[in-house]
Design a binder for this molecule. Sequence first.
Ligand SMILES: *Cc1c(COP(=O)(O)O)cnc(C)c1O
Length: 221
Amino acid sequence: MSDTVTRLAATRAAIARMARDFEREPESVTLIAVSKTMPAEAILPALEAGQRVFGENYVQEAKAKWPALKARFPDAQVHMIGPLQSNKAKEAVELFDAIHSLDRESLARELAREIGRSGRAPTLFVQVNTGDEPQKGGVSPSEIDAFLDLCRVRHGLVIEGLMCIPPAEDPPSPHFALLAKIAVRHGLRGLSMGMSADYEAAIQLGATHVRVGSAIFGARG
Ligand SMILES: *Cc1c(COP(=O)(O)O)cnc(C)c1O
């Protein structure tokens, strides 16, 4: 467990160093500690060490773990970073402080409905499939302009930024640069990009949120 605390501190230090190297404020990069598949006992040391922003991929798993952890650490935030089904929008709006995987009109519509009904408004990122991979979620770069319009104008959603997961076999930097370019074009501040293997390149290209799992919690099952 103390390994987690050591790795968390090293990750924080690396983020701060990278930010300064690229003349950015370290505080302009939010570390999302990705705790998917990790039991509550594995997450507690990170909470006790002051980490407050976490990422989860599955609604049911987050629902099982986080209400009890948030009761102990009320200022902890949980970000949904995995694919989200439209029929889970209600639970997602209740449970999460941010959603990084908005990528379909059916989901935009359900999220808008639940936000209106509950008065809770998670921070929203639209996922972009920068590599146009058929098996991956996200809006194609060729359709992103229309999709952002639809989210904002037709559904009245406030969009904070964009998220991407580059293809595993590609160098990530061109994908991060493409995401940053789309964000600038739409006046979006948030860039959720970079994981354990590539968060330094992402910070160089403007990431505001890096999603780091195994570099903090160790390899998953
Ligand atoms: C699992 C996951 C991460 C974290 O991956 P690591 O390689 O363990 O850092 C980041 N983003 C998404 C969308 C994930 O599913």
